[in-house]
Ligand binder design. Structure first.
Ligand code: AMP
Ligand code: MG
Length: 339
């Protein structure tokens, strides 16, 4: 059979059209990208028959909720809970929202279980390195030694009944960068839970949270980036539901004197943690995954893996400086290494 060029083009167009329709019915979804906490956040809603208006409304509702929380937690936003707590350090307790009390309590819990590797009072060190101020540079040793005594999560005073927080030493400062994003994503997810959407997928700069199953019944496939080579994947994880957060030395860093200095600081030394390249944590909620990924990153391979094995319902993948991949014992069947 011979087709004229015109027939061939029409056939091709028809094929494309059919493919498109099939594609649409298979993928009844809506995607929206927003910017929060210096991070690109991709929201994907699987609607199962939701109208476009329902999609748009739900995505807007999620965005509004997440932005509102950002304005509570960000230390850079004047009048935010964290900014006010920090400003009143050494002076007085500050009245905050219940959300701040919740996230700070969780931060202190993770600080305790990680022996202070995770510490929400790490902000004075972050400022010295420039991660809080944007003026990057390697601090002088005596400057580091001066602020190290200000970094101590045990001194944070939370009064749940009156919903107040007090930092007793002048100069103490809280930063929730290692945990707040996780909580914000969880709250976005909660809104979708209460809606008619069948599933929701939020990717906040690698902190991924999934509610609901894929309509096809397949597992969600999450890729873990190769920390040594951007744009290359090193492993994939098949998960049904839950959250994955990744902390990596490639996510935020500056270079000085031929050395790279990244944003996750070991509160014991005052220097960026040196043990591993990346840590991905799988947990039932994003706040846990987020805080633990930062904590395990600071703890390093041995102590980090020991913490993961001790915790129920939490698994993790640690990639060392040479790119070698280590998975916690519960992940053996779900993790596929990409060659
Ligand atoms: P993540 O990307 O979740 O690992 O979070 C990194 C962010 O956590 C940094 O940008 C800081 O805001 C904050 N951070 C850095 N070091 C620590 C630490 N030792 N404990 C708690 N938060 C930290
Ligand atoms: Mg984190």
């Amino acid at each position: 059979m011979k087709f004229s060029l015109k027939t061939a083009v029409i056939l091709l167009l028809m094929l494309l059209f059919i493919f498109n329709i099939v594609g649409c019915s298979d993928e009844d979804k809506y995607e929206k990208t927003v910017f929060l906490m210096d991070t690109k956040v991709d929201i994907t809603i699987l609607g199962n028959g939701m109208s476009n208006k329902q999609y748009v409304n739900l995505a807007n509702e999620i965005e509004t909720e997440m932005k509102l929380l950002e304005s509570i937690f960000s230390s850079h936003i004047t009048g935010s809970d964290i900014e006010r707590i920090n400003k009143a350090a050494g002076q007085e307790a500050v009245k905050v929202s219940p959300e701040t009390v919740f996230v700070l309590q969780k931060a202190l819990e993770v600080a305790e279980m990680s022996g202070g590797a995770f510490d929400p009072t790490v902000a004075p060190l972050l400022d010295l390195w420039g991660f809080g101020t944007g003026e990057y540079g390697v601090p002088a040793q005596n400057d580091l030694e001066e602020v190290l005594p200000l970094v101590n999560y045990r001194e944070v005073e939370i009064d749940e009944a009156s919903s107040t927080v007090f930092l007793p030493q002048p100069g103490m400062k809280i930063d929730l960068g290692g945990i707040a994003k996780g909580y914000i994503v969880d709250r976005g997810l909660k809104i979708a839970d209460d809606s008619s959407a069948s599933a929701l997928f939020i990717n906040a700069g690698g902190d991924i949270s999934i509610a609901g199953k894929k309509p096809s019944g397949e597992m969600w496939r999450i890729a873990i980036q190769d920390p040594l080579e951007s744009k290359k994947l090193t492993a994939v994880l098949d998960v049904e539901e839950g959250s994955i957060a990744t902390s990596g030395d490639y996510q935020r860093f500056f270079e000085a004197g031929g050395e790279k200095y990244h944003h996750i600081i070991d509160p014991k030394t005052g220097y960026p943690a040196t043990g591993v390249s990346s840590v991905s944590i799988l947990a039932p909620d994003t706040i846990t995954a987020d805080a633990l990924s930062t904590a395990v990153f600071v703890l390093g391979l041995e102590d980090g893996m020991e913490l993961l094995e001790r915790l129920d319902g939490v698994e993790g993948v640690i990639i060392d400086k040479q790119g070698k991949i280590y998975a916690s014992s519960g992940l053996a069947d779900d993790l596929k290494i990409v060659d």
